[in-house]
Write a protein that binds this ligand. Structure first.
Ligand SMILES: C[S@@+](CC[C@H](N)C(=O)[O-])C[C@H]1O[C@@H](n2cnc3c(N)ncnc32)[C@H](O)[C@@H]1O
Length: 278
């Protein structure tokens, strides 16, 4: 039966396990940290997108075609994002840059799980519109190579930009995003000066090490996919990677408040989801 004639393909726990074990063995990607229900949903989604009739077909493809893991991971790691998502956060960030952070000689920022870069360009614009004029350097990372490539190019469809402009106007009602991009045939290319200070890199936040220290770490809407044990380990990693007093920022739907160790982080702004290293 062709997949288009079928209804939803089902995947059993055993099938999911044998697939993830095979991927782990061959590519070193460990899915045991992912929340199983949401992982299963995303594997089923990938089966439809790549037009496989069964999980077995996917399994064979992953074992035989070494390069297939990249587009597969791009689908599994769903990168929904937008510019100026959660304007409350960005208003608070502007205020922090104008006040508490203004004296910093050098500000270092990590965007962990930056997807296609919208969060990074947003921060670039917030920096530009704040009175912070000292040096800033940023590291923007994601497990999806395709997302990192898009982020680096900074090219987005104009339809998206029009949507982002509405978020932006909540942040700055007297301006418009148009001054930050050039438009050509429905494609907006973001002003390269917004990310001159940014290094984009492939990085698995769970597995790969971090050798730098940061003043601000964004990890928004990424941990949503991970189980509690992995979240605990990640908090530890973020704690270790922050300078004293550094800020840790999560997404509005990352329901992790009860998991955060209050001896390590204090809540700086609950509405904007900003924590501070103690
Ligand atoms: C929903 S997007 C969030 C993008 C951005 N932080 C935001 O909130 O707008 C989640 C991103 O996390 C990335 N991701 C998932 N697992 C990851 C991992 N283990 N290491 C690094 N990035 C990961 C995905 O590829 C995806 O781009």
């Amino acid at each position: 039966m062709n997949k288009s004639e079928s209804t939803t393909i089902t995947v059993s726990d055993e099938e999911l396990k044998s697939l993830t074990d095979a991927i782990h063995k061959r590519h070193g990607i460990d899915f045991s940290c992912y929340e199983p229900k949401s992982l299963k949903r995303r594997v089923v989604r990938a089966l439809h997108i790549f037009q496989f009739n069964s999980i077995h077909e996917l399994w064979v493809k992953i074992l035989r075609d070494h390069a297939f893991i990249y587009p597969f991971m791009d689908e599994i790691s769903v990168g929904l994002t937008s510019m100026f998502r959660d304007p409350i956060l960005w208003k608070r960030m502007r205020s922090l840059l104008n006040n508490e952070l203004s004296e910093k000689k050098q500000l270092s920022v990590w965007h962990a799980g930056c997807s296609t870069g919208e969060e990074v360009y947003t921060m670039g614009i917030v920096l530009r519109e704040s009175s912070f004029t000292n040096t800033c350097c940023a590291w923007a990372t994601d497990i999806s190579n395709q997302s990192i490539e898009t982020a680096r190019r900074g090219e987005y469809h104009m339809m998206k930009l029009n949507e982002y402009d509405q978020n932006y106007r909540e942040f700055n009602p007297v301006s418009s995003l148009t001054k930050y991009y050039s438009e050509r045939e429905d494609v907006a290319t973001m002003d390269g000066s917004l990310i001159r200070h940014v290094k984009f890199e492939h990085h698995n936040v769970i597995r790969d090490s971090v050798s730098m220290k940061f003043d601000i770490i964004f990890c928004r809407n990424v941990m949503i996919y991970f189980d509690n044990n992995t979240k605990f380990k990640l908090f530890e990693k973020f704690y270790e990677s922050l300078n004293p007093g550094g800020l840790f920022i999560i997404g509005f739907y990352d329901a992790i408040l009860p998991l955060v160790d209050e001896r390590k982080f204090m809540v700086l702004d609950l509405n904007a989801k900003i924590f501070q290293k103690i």
